[in-house]
Design a protein around this ligand. Structure first.
Ligand code: ZN
Length: 368
């Protein structure tokens, strides 16, 4: 099957392959020049079928704003690996479509957006001292650290951080939404590697940007009371944050389910944060993620979170779902293997029990 067959009969093929319970990866058979760029219509058709939110964002950017969304794609061959980047960057364009000063339209799903306006900010860079050095890795350097001079996440403070949080969320949404396509049309090792690397990268971004947003607000509370006051009275900002944060968290849960399903269907294993794909190890969890989540749960940041999400806190449940490391949800395949692996232990215990019984009997008999 082709890696990028975005052309025809996708739904029919997907349905028939699912019914057949296909679990075998197939070799890519190119029926076209894979170096060729996909057309806008091909991308639109693929997203219309699998990722309606991505299709809507791209359509606004392509049709209404007149931007070349395909600039983020190198070729048909790499389309699935670059899809999340295209949706991510298009989300930024979407959110700045008003072209007005200190105004963003945060996309919240189902063709809806929330217009967020603001006045005062301080650069995100200023809060570095409140971010532990062990977190000075990953996206920190680009968005908060020394290299962040010209990025919105730094210059527009917490509002720029939300813009980035949202872009990573919709990027992940695209990967997760295309899972069915990976299972059927793109069921090759290379395409699964695209799925794994894209979803892993965007999984980390949740913990990073959620942490930055909470630290920013806490820093504002201490050093910039006016900025803090504006954040906490900005209902549009709070609504957008609440929606994106909950959506992002639900995607992480869905990702865990998909990884588990993939491991079972393809008879691969998940162990110590890694998933095997035909003998190759792919990282799917990271201790850095867990450390960021744990940091975000400090009382000072929990209080900020509660204030941001308000009454919705209980409904969204910050400390549920993803806070549980995926290891507690490891695939049944892994559990079965562990059960098999532990069978020797039970055998040994049984043998020792029988031997002990025999020894006791001998002692009793000889004494008698
Ligand atoms: Zn971005």
């Amino acid at each position: 099957m082709k890696c990028k067959n975005v052309f025809k009969t996708m739904a029919a093929l997907a349905a028939s392959a699912l019914i057949a319970g296909s679990v075998c990866m197939t070799e890519a058979k190119a029926h076209y020049d894979e170096e060729e760029k996909p057309t806008w219509e091909e991308v639109e058709e693929l997203l219309d079928t699998y990722d309606p939110d991505g299709a809507y964002i791209l359509r606004v950017v392509h049709d209404d704003l007149g931007e070349d969304v395909l600039q983020w794609i190198d070729s048909k061959e790499t389309l699935l690996g670059e899809m999340e980047l295209m949706v991510h960057e298009s989300t930024h364009s979407f959110e700045h479509q008003s072209n007005k000063w200190h105004t963003m339209d945060i996309y919240t799903g189902h063709q809806q957006s929330v217009r967020v306006t603001y006045q005062e900010v301080f650069p995100s860079h200023e809060m570095i001292a409140d971010i532990p050095e062990s977190f000075h890795q990953g996206r920190f350097h680009t968005y908060i650290g020394d290299n962040s001079e010209n990025v919105g996440a730094n210059n527009w403070g917490i509002y720029g951080l939300l813009d980035e949080f949202s872009a990573y969320c919709w990027g992940l949404n695209s990967v997760i939404s295309l899972y069915e396509y990976f299972q059927t049309e793109a069921n090759t090792k290379r395409c699964w590697e695209y799925y794994l690397s894209s979803s892993y990268s965007n999984y980390l971004a949740y913990a990073e940007f959620n942490c930055y947003i909470l630290v920013y607000a806490a820093y504002a509370k201490e050093h910039y009371p006016d900025v803090y006051q504006e954040i906490m009275t900005n209902e549009a900002f709070k609504q957008a944050y609440r929606t994106i944060e909950a959506k992002y968290r639900s995607l992480l849960t869905r990702r865990n389910e998909q990884l588990k399903e993939f491991a079972l269907q393809h008879e691969e294993t998940i162990e110590d944060g890694y998933l095997t794909v035909q003998g190759d190890l792919h990282q799917i969890e990271d201790p850095y993620f867990d450390e960021l989540i744990a940091w975000s749960q400090k009382p000072i940041y929990q209080a900020i979170y509660q204030e941001l999400v308000g009454d919705a806190a209980e409904a969204t449940g910050f400390d549920s779902e993803i806070v549980q490391p995926m290891s507690v949800e490891r695939s049944a395949a892994v559990s079965e293997q562990e059960q098999t692996d532990h069978s020797w232990l039970w055998g040994t215990v049984l043998c020792l029990g029988i031997l002990t019984g025999i020894v006791i009997m001998i002692v009793v008999i000889t004494r008698v």
